[in-house]
Design a protein. Structure first.
Length: 197
């Protein structure tokens, strides 16, 4: 059994969902820990389901406690002062943590943001089909899309394997958003994509 902790705003949730789907491909018993949204207010809460219509298999509280930690005050103290559980894994680096690829534990609780395409590259086509915005753009966001479209500043993403293929089947709106995000990311040497709401 694998449990993936979800936390943060929609951007982080997207990366965590991508990693969750990759882990589901390898281990059918993969579940989402959503307890962070019960105790703390992150941005607008859990938005994945309402924005993209995806369904998450939620972990049982007893399994979360057996393998990892909740956001309860008691678990926070245990996590801080007692040795870590052998089943608990927290992402050690920002980017790609190679140790995760070699994880052989049958049962593991995984906490991290998973901000590298290398975590979800094997399931990118599946993600492309699943992650479709269900909401219409607000007037403000539609204006941002027009600005991106009018800036004519798109160029191919660097360092993202298969990026042209990844976005080729998406709607015009998403391709425009991707092009604009590449322009913004180019000054930092990173690439990515944006879904504006």
């Amino acid at each position: 059994m694998k449990i993936i902790r979800f936390m943060g705003g929609l951007g982080n949730q997207l990366f965590q969902y991508a990693y969750y789907r990759k882990m589901q491909q390898a281990d059918q018993e993969t579940f989402a820990d959503l307890t962070a949204y019960e105790r703390q207010s992150f941005h607008y809460g859990l938005e994945l389901e309402s924005v993209f219509g995806v369904e998450l298999s939620t972990a049982r509280l007893q399994d979360i406690r057996r393998l990892g930690y909740t956001f309860s005050p008691g678990d926070r103290l245990r996590r801080k002062f007692l040795p870590r559980k052998k089943t608990f894994y927290s992402e050690k680096v920002i980017g790609f943590d190679q140790e995760l690829e070699n994880l052989t534990q049958k049962d593991a609780y995984l906490e991290g943001y998973w901000h590298s395409h290398r975590y979800f590259y094997p399931v990118q086509e599946q993600l492309q089909k699943e992650l479709r915005c269900r909401r219409e753009l607000s007037a403000r966001s539609a204006g941002a899309v027009r600005q991106i479209r009018d800036s004519n500043g798109a160029y191919p993403a660097e360092g993202f394997p298969g990026s042209k293929k990844f976005f080729s089947g998406q709607s015009e709106r998403n391709r425009v958003l991707h092009a604009g995000s590449e322009k913004a990311a180019g000054s930092h040497g990173r690439s990515g994509f944006v879904c504006v709401f």
